[in-house]
Design a protein around this ligand. Sequence first.
Ligand SMILES: NC(=O)c1ccc[n+]([C@@H]2O[C@H](COP(=O)([O-])OP(=O)(O)OC[C@H]3O[C@@H](n4cnc5c(N)ncnc54)[C@H](O)[C@@H]3O)[C@@H](O)[C@H]2O)c1
Length: 307
Amino acid sequence: MESNKKIVITGVSGFIGKNLSIYLKSKGYQIIGIDVVGEGENCDYFYLGTFNDKNIKEKALNGAEVVFHLGSIVGVDKCQNESALVKQVNFLETISFFDTCVEMGVKKIIFSSSSEIYGNSKDLPYKEDAIVTPISLYAQCKRDVEAHLKKISENTDVKVCIPRFFNVYGPGQRADFVVTKFINLVKNNQNIEIYGTGLQTRSHTYVGDVVNALEKMISYNKNSYEIMNIGSTFEYSMNEVAKTILDLFPNSKSKIEYVDYGSNGTRDVFLEIDRRVPLTTKAEKILNFKATTDLREGVEKIIKSIT
Ligand SMILES: NC(=O)c1ccc[n+]([C@@H]2O[C@H](COP(=O)([O-])OP(=O)(O)OC[C@H]3O[C@@H](n4cnc5c(N)ncnc54)[C@H](O)[C@@H]3O)[C@@H](O)[C@H]2O)c1
């Protein structure tokens, strides 16, 4: 354990940020949080405001060794509908924040990228050095920030680690993300709506595994720029996700309903990705990290946290 290291977490009130701050605090790190919402309950010091506010970022970054940048507008569909704001926050303000990290002498930047960056590539499982073909604006911003960080790592002494997360789920996630959404529906005897055939798959990754990987990145120091898939090798179709949850609520009256993409304001089919599976050997080798929580176990943990 490397206690007392000053760690800055942007987006600390969000789903991953909250889980990460609880975990790192329990390990003895000093946590400085920034978020536009929340109260920073797991932080040693909390700044309420945007990460790119000059006053906030300069104070928060002063003496910080490692920065986890999780603050972002999230949700592929939401980002598509708010393009000007998303370009502003997820790209322009993000790179400006990183430039300040360099000026303030931060030693390492850990930036939350996404498996969305691989687009609908059929070259599976996804490997970190593949040419990425993002479809959505959300993913295009992630790609462009990754490129900016590569330049920072080449031109300065700052080390950069980029986890590309694969469908993280767990306690405290926003209600519009699939696992949490399905649990809430089934708990309340409402039907689950699945777009298309339900055969589209994801590698749902439990947040407890993710924070474990993120902590390992703090002490990883071999290369100055490293992208790592942080995902589970368990792959589930949407149908399997729904059935796992229905199975854990045996008294629920909910059923699965199939709906067309694009109907009633649902996701456009062009934004959908059929199958998304990471190659995880890089993180296994250099971080000694492997996600071990399967979907049933993860869903049981969420149910326990809300009942
Ligand atoms: N959850 C996933 O499956 C997943 C997958 C891939 C990548 N990611 C990335 O991981 C990061 C965290 O995701 P999450 O699931 O915790 O999302 P989240 O929405 O729960 O958390 C994001 C947090 O960022 C904060 N935020 C937004 N704009 C801000 C600003 N300008 N200044 C300060 N804070 C701001 C929000 O208030 C929120 O608390 C994001 O960058 C997201 O793109 C998440």
